[in-house]
Design a protein around this ligand. Structure first.
Ligand code: ZN
Length: 93
């Protein structure tokens, strides 16, 4: 995956991912989290990340492995609804 690059000064470029990391470590930018419980399960899994995208990817991976039975039964529109719900239930960690 190509991350967008930012030119700091001529000859110096860093990826946006680096800024995310920097801001998070400085406490300027907060981590995001999403609990599986907020999604309506009794599960204690919690996905965290620096971006909503990262958190959602982790949650989908978790659903695929730990809730495979439920996940496989879901239709495409149900999965779409799940993605929307993840955005709504996401909170600052
Ligand atoms: Zn879970």
């Amino acid at each position: 995956m190509n991350k967008p690059k930012v030119i700091v000064r001529p000859g110096v470029t860093v990826t946006l991912g680096f800024f995310d990391f920097l801001l998070t470590s400085l406490g300027v930018k907060h981590m995001k989290k999403l609990t599986c419980k907020a999604m309506g399960t009794e599960c204690h899994f919690e996905a965290t990340g620096q971006t909503a995208e990262e958190v959602k990817n982790k949650m989908v991976e978790h659903a695929k492995t730990d809730h495979a039975e439920m996940f496989n039964k879901m239709s495409d529109s149900e999965k779409e609804g799940m993605m929307k719900m993840m955005d709504e239930k996401m909170e600052d960690a």
